[in-house]
Design a protein around this ligand. Structure first.
Ligand code: PLP
Ligand code: ZN
Length: 431
């Protein structure tokens, strides 16, 4: 695959060396060799990648000299050799001044993975690692159980690698998300059931066939890609963190990995403190993690029939839910679950104030932020970062009845003037 390089190279100063030592069970700490395994055979705990932190040297000036993509953090990511898809990550992080003014808040930041490469969501971060890893392990086919964005990303990146791909999704996903997978000529399989049914079937297939399911048997490697979102928050804010970070949750992995990224940067001396509260956001119609946080429980009750317009977050039995609850509590944060109506209103606020068309998951995050402000859990004088992880173009169906219809007229200036009689007074020459 060496000839198959996409985009910019990853920049100077990036060693080809991998610092991955192996895998370790998050519960009983038993160690495993690097392999496509994800569950501890002793206690069934999830496995996690372990790095040789003592030998990793990463400084601000080293980072400054590197290309703006997620591979600038390669020492802390689990791939061997060069990536194939280069231009992933380093998405915009900016001060949301209009939103600050509108809400009367002092400091709001937005990080927008809705413009990530190649498929407009944060999933490109995890998939660009997982597919590379699948190739390293010698798999000929990749697959995923997905709520939509992962499907798009696996379909695209598997195509870049020239690998066979099987994409398993709930059959009733948004048509745009289905089309944005099918276009790549991969196998897209709609399952008559919820995401949890899709996931159960995928796990069964992964047991029987040698196929790399990115979020099942490659999961320990895959999930590490989400750390890059956290590294970027720290670096783009000049190596300091905001008071609060709000993150959308489905399986609950992203929020835990952003937290892990902050802790790793502290370990390497790139952050002085990790004094930040982590907040999780889910939709009211599927909020197992939020409900557990609010009830003070450490274990969640799975949601049997998720019902929300935020389909990308509709995972009733989140694999990392337990750890998400833990880090929300440890960091002193909280969780919120806006209704579908609040999600739509929040999407419109982001569009009208900041010019961003975020997907329903972004509406969940923004909607949760509004609730946290209202309840006083987040003070208007604190600094907040809102994580936007997907693009509104992909979830338009959720909004069709909420946006005004197009005003259609005949192509004459009289028709235009009739329509805007009063308004046009303000725009007349010589006034
Ligand atoms: C747009 C978007 N944001 C956030 C998430 C949540 O990610 P996680 O499953 O890591 O909690 C997803 C998951 O599919 C997603 O599609
Ligand atoms: Zn174990």
């Amino acid at each position: 695959m060496a000839e198959l390089k996409r985009g910019n190279n990853s920049g100077r100063n990036i060693s080809n060396k991998s610092y991955v030592k192996g895998l370790r069970c998050r519960e009983c700490k038993r160690e495993y060799e690097i392999a496509p395994v994800h569950i501890c055979e002793v206690c069934f705990g999830p496995l996690e990648v372990v790095y040789d932190y003592e030998n990793i040297k990463l400084t601000k000036s080293m980072l400054r000299s590197r290309k703006p993509n997620m591979w600038r953090y390669k020492e802390l990511l689990p791939i061997e050799g060069d990536p194939v898809v280069y231009d992933v990550g380093f998405t915009p992080l900016f001060r949301a001044r209009n939103l600050e003014k509108y809400l009367g808040c002092k400091e709001i930041w937005i990080k927008n993975d809705g413009v990530n490469f190649p498929t407009l969501s944060f999933k490109d971060r995890v998939v660009s690692i997982a597919v590379k890893k699948a190739k390293e392990f010698g798999f000929k086919a990749v697959a995923c159980a997905s709520t939509g964005n992962l499907a798009n990303s696996v379909a695209s990146i598997a195509s870049i690698y020239g690998m066979k791909a099987f994409i398993f999704i709930p059959y009733d996903l948004e048509p745009t998300k289905i089309l944005a997978s099918s276009i790549y000529g991969v196998e897209v399989i709609g399952i008559k059931g919820s995401y949890d049914d899709v996931n159960r079937l995928s796990a069964e297939i992964a047991e029987k066939y040698r196929i790399a399911f990115v979020n099942i048997n490659i999961r320990p490697f895959y999930s590490e890609g989400s750390k890059s979102y956290g590294f970027e928050i720290a670096e783009q804010l000049s190596f300091r963190l905001p008071d609060h970070v709000i993150v959308p949750m489905a399986g609950g992995s992203l929020i835990t990995k952003i937290w892990k990224a902050f802790l790793e940067f502290k370990m390497l001396g790139l952050l002085k403190e990790v004094d930040v509260r982590m907040y999780g956001a889910q939709a009211e119609g599927c909020a197992p993690i939020v409900d557990a946080v609010k009830k003070g429980l450490s274990i969640f009750t799975p949601v049997k029939n998720p019902k929300t317009i935020a389909k990308s977050l509709a995972i009733g039995n989140p694999p990392d839910g337990y750890y998400a609850i833990k880090i929300i509590r440890e960091s002193g944060g909280w969780a919120e679950s806006p209704s579908d109506k609040e999600i739509v209103d929040a999407i419109k606020i982001l569009a009208e104030k900041e010019g961003i068309f975020t997907e329903t998951a972004g509406g969940v995050t923004m909607g949760a932020f509004l609730r946290l402000l209202e309840s006083g859990k987040i003070s208007k004088s604190d600094s907040v970062l809102i994580s936007l992880t997907g693009n509104g173009i992909k979830t338009q169906e959720a909004l069709t009845e909420y946006v005004p219809p197009v005003k259609t007229i005949e192509p004459t200036i009289e028709n235009f003037e009739d329509l805007y009689k009063d308004t046009l007074k303000d725009f007349t020459y010589g006034m």
